[in-house]
Design a protein around this ligand. Sequence first.
Ligand code: FMN
Length: 191
Amino acid sequence: MKVLGISGSPRKDGNTALLVKKAIEFCEREGVSVSFISLSEKRIEHCRGCRACIKPPYKCAQEDDVSEILEEMKSADAILVGSPTYFSSVSGKLKSLFDRTLPLRADNYRLSGKVGGAIAVGGSRNGGQELVCMNIHNWMLLHEMVVVSDKETAHFGGIGVGRNPGDVLKDDVGIKTTENLARSLLDFIIK
Ligand SMILES: Cc1cc2nc3c(=O)[nH]c(=O)nc-3n(C[C@H](O)[C@H](O)[C@H](O)COP(=O)(O)O)c2cc1C
């Protein structure tokens, strides 16, 4: 079993990366293999809408770092996606990645049945993190993934507050909901 964590922040060691790492470290302690990708280090072009990828061999016409991320997604049993809250939505970089996953859907729903969870961080307590989680959930649902929430706290996933990198480590609710999300996810993939 493998859990993939993706941080959609352009800040390498920002709050989103810290919470996604909390979640995958939790999974690792439970004996599950994990991997982590920060989009901050990846070159991700926007989808051009050419639709070349919807026919065999289901490959984007652009050469950048997206193909290696899609391979990681295909090999995972569960995917945790985190994003900073940007104007109450996901980061532009994460949205570009979401759009570029069209070939996985076109190729007979390659993410179908994988378990997914969302993590969002915002600078304000009510800054739109729930909307960010719903953006992420919507992407997962369109890939026929199984969306889970945070066990016991049971809302939208891991939701943190923090403005400067590291702030989120002082947010007990953010850490608790993130670990509860990881627990929920493991319940689905470990039989
Ligand atoms: C362009 C931009 C838009 C933002 N919009 C919001 C927002 O709508 N709501 C909010 O709570 N925080 C907002 N923030 C603050 C970030 O969500 C916050 O700093 C977060 O910790 C960033 O995560 P990171 O450290 O992983 O990059 C915004 C920050 C930027 C740079």
